[in-house]
Design a protein around this ligand. Sequence first.
Ligand code: BTN
Length: 338
Amino acid sequence: MSELTFRALRALADGRFHSGEEMARSLGRSRATLSEALRIAPELGIDLFSVRGKGYRLAEPIEFLDAAAIASRLALGHSRIRLQVVDQVESTSTRLLELAAAGAPSGTCLAAEWQSAGRGRRGRSWVATVGGSLVFSLLWRFERGAGHLGGLSLAAGAAVARALSECGVERTQVKWPNDVVVDLRKLAGVLVETSGEIQGPTVAVVGVGVNYRLADRAKDLIDQPVADVVHCAPSAPSRSALLAAILLHLGRALEEFDRRGFAAIRDDWRAMHAYQGRDVRVVPPREAPFEAKVVDVAPDGALVVATPDGRTLALSSAEISLRGVVAKRRQDDQSASE
Ligand code: BTN
């Protein structure tokens, strides 16, 4: 995607009509080049109108991230996080893993307006749109060894949930291991990737994606029920204010995790868990799915479930979903195909 696309989108960000001729002139390009640069808008999740005699207009205004405003909120909160905002990158986590290997300091954060290959858990892709999402990754270095990072992704998910709740998002909960949900619909996801020695030190790249204002077209690309910030907060925070709040919470949570591990927030986490005590369907990575009841979360972040035949299992990796909801969705699928 060209740099011109982003310059043109910034010129259109207010959601009003802008004459193509004037835009082309102020961007120093021909009208044909401008039109070519904007042709990609739908791929970025943007609805753009082009009306003869009036020019271009975005269906919704776009609030681009304000790096300086976020940095000053971080400074006010005495955060050691150093943020860089870029227009586009393949994946903020992939890029940050490269920067980590090259020695970037703890607290380095990369946010992007657009990821061309955003990654989710379990090899999935992460759907995000320009102006409709927050996507960023935070690099953190720990003295703890890799074996003591259990529960890190849960601690990160809880920090994101707390920040969203503080910013006015109602009924925010977590879903094991590290999703943030509202009414069981996914609002944000966390991908934690770690490397280092068994004895330490270790480095973690915490990648976070938040649905801010997702168009129906983007929701259709996601294979599970989703929620977004603007529909869950009576007065939605700006994207920049939200990113600053999440980073402040995340930074404090990672510092606390380095000192005390997951144990420090285990009780809070349990209280925030939307699936606590509920009957779920468990899909392990390599074994057959089974049904169980969520009993607890272990000190290392594993999910403790009880099976109908009386066994208690600690799961360190699996997908869970509500039993009734899965059954209903299957029923819907069936009736749709009948
Ligand atoms: C999940 O599957 O729930 C985790 C999603 C994590 C997505 C974020 S978006 C920013 C960062 N960069 C990526 O490529 N992935 C993470």
